[in-house]
Design a protein around this ligand. Structure first.
Ligand code: PEP
Ligand code: MN
Length: 362
């Protein structure tokens, strides 16, 4: 219980074992000056790992698609003259070979690519025999298995340093996010792949500067291991993703504002009281389950009644009434509308399932 956690990036060849790991740099490499200027400013702020997109998978044609291979030479200057490790995105076999040939230290696979098993397999095959860190971004669609599959293909190629990047998911509806975080998905991924390092990409989740910090803090509170944040020497003039990029100085402020909480029980924490609190949580969970069981038994009786009297299961007015009442009561006990709506929707769905079963029994 009191185990000292192995650092998530142990053996990855990163000099510092600071938590969180920070990767920063522009969305795209634009020119040698822009790359070096940004990198120098980041290094001055203590950032060790540089990012820049060389090949940019753009949603629509006729936008800036990256400078291509020449950008890798600027990345090499970042390694040699600034002394940072460099990382970039690869989307096909050609990118992998070029990035490896130029000595890129870390690669990541973007959200449009991780959604494509053929592309993932080809990239994995091209990586066989090298063991550099590889991060796999979540696919654009909220599908944990697809994300896992992409990671497994990389691991299957013998890569041992594999991590995940959470960059949010596409939606048709406009929300306050560019890509909605759907935090339950990365949490589920980590449950299924324990020990997998996970970093957050607040830039592509947020799509705007003013919510980067809030997203980063939330991720740290969920035990994420690092951040990748788009940073540009002149953000407003960036050739891609200008509205979400920040200066190295702003990044420094953001990092300074983050609260880094203990992820494991450390020696100075009173274990007894934590143990006690956990015991209380377990007791309440058991009570919740017992109450749910009783509620479902009543639902089954209702199912029998509806069957006998030949009426349909879904009674929309009744369901609306339940939802309204619980939302109202939820407010009094400081439970958010979202939470109440989600939990009662699932309870209601389970009741319907139970009733359906009863009504369709011979
Ligand atoms: C990026 O990191 O610049 C990028 C293109 O991200 P994503 O694949 O998450 O859209
Ligand atoms: Mn970008």
């Amino acid at each position: 219980m009191n185990a000292i956690l192995k650092h998530p990036f142990d053996g990855w060849g990163f000099e510092h074992d600071l938590r969180p790991l920070v990767i920063a740099g522009p969305c795209s490499a634009e020119s040698e000056e822009q790359v070096l200027d940004t990198a120098r400013q980041l290094k001055d702020q203590g950032i060790e790992i540089f990012r820049a997109g060389i090949w940019k998978p753009r949603t629509r044609p006729n936008s800036f698609e990256g400078v291509g291979s020449i950008g890798l030479e600027w990345m090499r200057l970042v390694q040699q003259e600034v002394g940072m490790k460099v990382s970039t995105e690869v989307a096909n076999v050609k990118h992998v070979y070029e990035a490896l040939r130029m000595g890129v230290d870390i690669i990541w696979i973007g959200a449009r690519t991780s959604a494509n098993p053929f592309a993932m397999q080809e990239i994995a095959d091209a990586l066989k025999g090298v063991d550099i860190p590889v991060f796999v971004k979540n696919p654009v669609n909220p599908d944990v298995d697809l994300w896992m599959g992409a990671i497994e293909r990389i691991q299957g190629a013998g890569i041992t340093k594999v991590g995940a990047i959470h960059r949010g998911f596409s939606t048709f509806d406009k929300t306050r996010y560019r890509n909605i975080p759907q935090w339950q998905l990365p949490i589920e991924l980590r449950r299924k792949m324990p020990g997998l390092p996970m970093i957050v990409d607040p830039s592509h989740i947020g799509g705007r500067r003013d919510i980067l910090e809030e997203i980063a803090q939330k991720a740290l509170d969920l035990n994420y291991d690092g951040l990748i944040i788009e940073t540009h020497c002149n953000p407003d003039k960036a050739w891609s993703d200008a509205s979400q990029q920040i200066t190295p100085a702003t990044l420094k402020t953001l990092l300074g504002n983050l609260v880094i909480r203990h992820r494991e029980i450390e020696a100075n924490v009173n274990l007894d009281s934590l143990e006690d609190l956990r015991l209380q949580i377990d007791t309440f969970d058991n009570e919740l389950l017992a109450i749910l069981e009783k509620r479902m038994q009543v639902a089954e009786k209702i199912g029998e009644y509806k069957k006998t009297n030949n009426i349909t299961i879904l009674q929309p007015d009744r369901w609306q009434e339940i939802l309204d009442k619980t939302l109202e009561k939820g407010k009094n006990v400081d439970l958010s509308d979202d939470f109440i709506a989600q939990i009662f929707k699932s309870i209601h769905q389970e009741s319907i399932n139970k009733q359906e079963k009863v009504m369709n029994e011979d």
